[in-house]
Ligand binder design. Structure first.
Ligand code: UDP
Length: 474
């Protein structure tokens, strides 16, 4: 159906404007949604700072086939006031990384140039649809008082995390569905800073301007929570479209021909499902002590591993160098010699969706960022959950306690500033080399099939996406 849509582009007088939150996971999701809508013939305007636009494009193009899908998208580089990000705190564990907040605050200055763009498009188009991140609700203001402009909120975090976050803010009203669940308790205070909570709250009132919302998730992953969010008081009269997971794996773009990243070449040499992939996303930096424990834990596990060792992203470094920050040397050189036959350490950016889709990958030790979870679910790969902040602890509950496709490194109420190497090696062995782990891996494979089917013709997400496209073009 996708290639048919490409062959016969619908040329309509509709323009779509995308407003992501400037953080890698969110930028990616907006890029994927842009590619999908663009493949349906819709003109896409992607809005952000020059640095963030460059970051998302560079990184997409480093993924096999990833760059090609971006070509038709029109990127608008807007200038934001200078801001400086404090260096990420080493060991950001159990704290929301404050170094991201200046970029989020600066992004609010997009409103004025965004409003100009939307006005200009609205004067030339029959209809404009503005899609903003659920943490960029102020952007809906650019649609206000323009009769042919409609705003939609794109929920870039899981339904489970969004639901529990807002449910707690609403004072935990009686909700039988929640009581039945009896899930491990994670409180807002435990996973986000007051500053970030204020940032989100300051935007709540503008959700009234939205016509509906999109959720980057699917019924196979969290149908129960999608139903719960659809019933939320502020949204129950509006349409909710669950259109995910949007990623190169469900788009069949996570493999291909051409230059292969060294990590993929290394995976090619390993037995099927034998490698645990270890990566913690783009917002956290481990302390040197934690890196040493992790290195020792991976070594002691006796399992094959592919470890992406990098610090948190810093927009200022990206702006200066056009590349990833170069990390200081954190591992003693003899470590590489000792583990060389069964371990590979990647420094800098790795093609994660390709790694997860590779047949040699059998497990993922992850911080449980929402993209990482969805990529792992899509590839049918089980997870060792090591959440740190924001939506991650609730995503980890989804992985381990709801879907049962992974194990916690440590239960959230036993989380520690330093996770010992023995804990790390035990949980890796439990996943990769135990009877119990086999069950979890089997469930993850089944979930992978269901998730990929959701995005195919007749699947729940494809059906919702088609309904959304129909809604915006009519
Ligand atoms: N990612 C990647 N290579 C890396 C690190 C991250 O491709 O070396 C991608 C990963 O596939 C995911 C995104 O960056 O799509 C990270 O988003 P996520 O929501 O998992 O975590 P965040 O970085 O927002 O905490």
């Amino acid at each position: 159906a996708e290639s048919k849509a490409k062959a016969e582009p619908i040329t309509l007088d509709v323009a779509v404007v995308m407003v992501p939150l400037p953080a890698q996971g969110h930028l990616n999701q907006f890029l994927h949604l842009s590619s999908l809508l663009s493949a349906r013939g819709l003109p896409i305007h992607y809005v952000g700072s020059a640095t963030h636009n460059r970051q998302v494009l560079d990184r997409a193009s480093r993924l096999h086939n990833g760059g090609t899908a971006c070509r038709p998208i029109h990127f608008h580089d807007f200038t934001l006031p200078d801001y400086s990000s404090p260096a990420p705190e080493p060991d950001a564990a159990i704290k929301f990384p404050g170094h991201l907040q200046p970029a989020f605050d600066a992004a609010r200055h997009l409103l004025s140039p965004l409003a100009d763009l939307v006005r200009s498009l609205a004067s030339r188009s029959r209809r404009v649809v503005l899609i903003h991140d659920s943490s960029m609700t102020f952007a809906a203001g650019a649609a206000a008082s323009l009769p042919n402009v409609e705003a939609f909120c794109f929920h870039t975090v899981s339904a489970i995390a969004g639901f529990f976050f807002r449910w707690e803010l609403r004072g935990k009203p009686r909700e039988p569905a929640v009581e039945i669940l009896e899930l491990p308790h994670v409180s807002n205070e435990d996973c986000i800073s007051q500053q970030f909570c204020d940032f989100v709250l300051s935007q709540q009132q503008t959700t009234v301007a939205d016509s509906g919302r999109l959720i980057n998730s699917c019924r196979a992953i969290e149908g129960m929570f999608i139903d719960l969010v659809a019933r939320e008081p502020e949204w129950q009269d509006k349409k909710t479209f669950a259109i995910g997971p949007l990623n190169p794996i469900t788009f069949n773009q996570a493999s291909g021909n051409g230059a292969r990243h060294p990590s993929i070449e290394w995976l090619d040499q390993q037995p099927p499902s034998s490698v645990i992939y270890v990566s913690f996303g783009t917002t956290s930096t481990f302390s040197d002590e934690q890196v040493a424990e992790l290195a020792a834990g991976l070594e002691a596990s006796g399992q094959r591993f592919l470890w992406v060792l990098r610090d948190a992203d810093r927009a200022d470094i990206y702006a200066e160098t056009g590349g990833d920050a170069v990390e200081k040397e954190k591992l003693p050189l003899d470590y590489y010699t000792r583990v060389e036959r069964r371990g590979k350490v990647v420094r800098g950016w790795a093609p994660q969706p390709e790694i997860l889709a590779h047949p040699s990958t059998g497990g993922f030790m992850s911080h449980c960022g929402w993209n990482s979870c969805m990529e792992s679910f899509s590839a049918g790969v089980p997870i060792v959950a090591w959440p740190m902040h924001s939506d991650q602890p609730r995503n980890a509950v989804l992985v381990t306690d709801v879907l049962r496709v992974g194990f916690h490194v440590l239960d959230w109420d036993k989380r520690a500033e330093l996770v010992a190497s023995a804990t790390i090696s035990d949980v890796i062995e439990r996943l990769m080399a135990s009877k119990e782990g086999e069950e979890v891996r089997r469930r993850a494979r089944e979930l992978g099939g269901e998730v990929r089917r959701a995005m195919e013709e007749g699947g729940s997400s494809k059906t919702d996406l088609d309904a959304f496209v129909t809604h915006i073009i009519i």
